[in-house]
Design a protein around this ligand. Structure first.
Ligand SMILES: Cc1ncc(COP(=O)(O)O)c(C=O)c1O
Length: 390
């Protein structure tokens, strides 16, 4: 039952997961692991992994490590101009100068822009983002460029865990709320041990915070989320009270997100055992959800020919509207029908023209055929408002 009343746009938490957290906090019960998550990752990735409390903190420590160990490179990092702000902040905190390379109209990396910057700046690292509104179309070319210019490729796969895409020398995953698989926070890097031989011991030597402190800290921030954020979904919108709660929650979360992204913690919190357990508990359910999302995305693609941004990470489906006004018009029509649309995926570091045009339509497993038909119907009726993307 609880399983049902707390859906999220990505993976929701089950009664078993809440119980695990409560048992840990109030009864000091340390959960035992069945290693299913680690086995899954090791089999899929065949790389070394290191788990931290969030992607952004791992990112900070990795770029710091790179800076210390690549004295022949300039202290410069290249980001796509459409980037998650906390990572840019982390790079700056680590003392790097940030340059942005161009992305095209489908958010794909502009290869010539990356090449020009690599040639002129001799950067320490290049970041490649696999957002859910992004594609990996040029990833191989960026990887080749990084090899040519002997720079490290860092891949942000916060939204691409289900695909486990890997082009980076070091690939970053996140298990925070709203991701493919969640553990009430958390992050992981995957890397080639031979290429990054000293990285693991560097990370292991960084100060650790006691597990309990982490969980209590996270849980405090997480509690209002459990109460409120469970509700902004279409099948619960039918109850006006939930609708009001979801609005309050959104305001609250936006404020929290801003604080979180602006402020940046340098401490490395190694991921506690309980988070691994939450990942294990999430895993089998998530696998089913990934399949369902792909199916939904395929139907959207077929029904809304050429209007979806190409993507391999269908945590949501992204549509590019003609302009800002069209975006609000479409959003209004969908929301009136209790469809959970997202207007802004993240607050971007630079104001980007695309930001005003993108809208995110749901692919979560609670979108059944009936709802899908409604969404597609509304979008088809308003064809003039969106742009063809392919
Ligand atoms: C694209 C992208 N990169 C990185 C992150 C950071 O992940 P974490 O919250 O684990 O630091 C996020 C988080 O929302 C994200 O959306």
């Amino acid at each position: 039952m609880l399983d049902f009343i707390v859906p999220r746009h990505s993976v929701h938490y089950t009664f078993k997961e809440y119980k695990t957290i409560f048992d840990y906090i109030f009864f000091d019960k340390i959960p035992t692991s069945d290693d299913s998550f680690k086995t899954f990752v090791n089999e899929k990735l065949k790389k070394d992994t290191f788990y931290g409390l969030s992607l952004r903190v791992l990112f900070y420590h990795v770029v710091k490590y790179l800076k210390q160990n690549n004295k022949d490179k300039n202290e410069i990092i290249l980001f796509p101009e459409y980037s998650f702000p906390a990572l840019v902040n982390a790079a700056k905190e680590a003392g790097l100068k940030v340059y942005f390379y161009r992305v095209d109209n489908s958010l794909e990396a502009d290869v010539s822009s990356v090449e020009r910057l690599c040639k002129n700046l001799n950067p320490l690292a290049v970041v490649l983002s696999q957002h859910f509104g992004n594609t990996d179309k040029n990833s191989q070319k960026i990887k080749d460029l990084c090899e040519t210019y002997k720079t490290t490729l860092l891949e942000d796969c916060a939204h691409a865990f289900a695909n486990l895409i890997t082009y980076g020398d070091i690939t970053f995953y996140s298990f925070g709320t709203g991701k493919d698989i969640v553990a009430c926070g958390g992050g992981m890097i995957a890397f080639d041990k031979v290429k990054c031989d000293a990285l693991m011991s560097h990370l292991e030597n960084i100060k650790k915070t006691p597990d309990k402190e982490i969980i209590v800290r996270y849980f405090k921030g997480f509690l209002p989320e459990i109460i409120f954020s469970s509700f902004p979904f279409y099948h619960l919108f039918v109850f006006p009270v939930f609708y009001v709660m979801s609005m309050i929650n959104r305001k609250y979360l936006e404020k929290k997100m801003k604080e979180d992204d602006d402020g940046f913690s340098k401490t490395l919190y190694v991921m506690p055992q309980i988070m691994h357990r939450l990942l294990e508990l999430n895993l089998s359910r998530s696998k089913k959800w990934w399949k369902k999302r792909k199916k939904l995305a395929k139907i959207y693609k077929e029904e809304l020919k050429g209007t979806l941004l190409p993507s391999k990470t269908f945590l949501m489906a992204v549509i590019k509207l003609r302009d800002e006004e069209s975006k609000y018009k479409i959003a209004q029509k969908l929301m009136k029908d209790f469809i959970d649309v997202r207007m802004d995926y993240i607050k971007f570091y630079l104001p980007h023209p695309l930001q005003e045009k993108l809208i995110y339509i749901p692919t979560h497993p609670f979108v059944n055929k009936k709802v899908l038909k409604r969404i597609v119907g509304i979008l088809k009726k308003n064809k003039g408002l969106y742009e063809k993307t392919v």
